[in-house]
Design a protein around this ligand. Structure first.
Ligand code: NI
Length: 183
């Protein structure tokens, strides 16, 4: 596998604060290529021989805005078994419903645009259902839970110009810990 030539914006870049726009179909060939590049990059970032070779930080998701493109598209690559991956390409997502229950990632969330360790709780819904369009514009629905639910919410925040660090209380990073379940 060859490492795709993509540049991921750093949190200091104001472009990350833009609100992404609704995508029209059919997708351009350029957008299709960007989707494939992001999927390949994320997959390689989770495979030891590649992340060591290219010095990559492992990542599970990327939104178009992280490459400077303000379009409502994100992708997630989820390792389901040893080097077995599930790909999600999510376009124009909308949350339909979510659980009352909140969870947070105990070791902290990460983001390929945030190049530092950040401690603290990012409250997320334990489960949610969203509608979205696939690469062909087909209307779809998906129900996600646990770490996949966190990843989807993290990426949907990117589409609204929000980073996970925004959601951590600066004066009290572990506020309301007892009201949520750690995953
Ligand atoms: Ni991120």
């Amino acid at each position: 596998m060859e490492l795709p030539n993509i540049k991921i914006l750093d949190e200091k870049n104001k472009t990350l604060r833009q609100i992404s726009q609704k995508v029209k179909f059919p997708l351009s060939n350029e957008d299709k290529k960007t989707i494939q590049d992001m999927l390949t990059y994320l997959k390689m970032s989770q495979i030891e021989k590649y992340y060591e070779k290219y010095n990559l930080r492992p990542g599970m998701g990327l939104a178009f805005i992280q490459l400077g493109i303000p379009k409502n598209i994100f992708v997630i690559v989820n390792e389901v078994d040893d080097e077995q991956f599930e790909n999600y390409v999510i376009i124009n997502p909308k949350m339909i419903s979510h659980s009352e229950e909140l969870i947070y990632v105990g070791e902290g969330e990460g983001c390929l645009s945030v190049n530092r360790e950040v401690e603290g709780i990012v409250p997320r819904y334990a489960r949610m259902r969203i509608s979205y369009q696939d690469e062909n514009g087909k209307e779809c629905e998906i129900r996600v839970r646990e770490d996949l639910s966190v990843a989807f919410q993290h990426e949907m925040d990117h589409l609204n110009g929000i980073l996970f660090v925004d959601k951590i209380d600066k004066n009290n990073p572990f506020k309301d810990k007892d009201k949520m379940r750690e995953i």
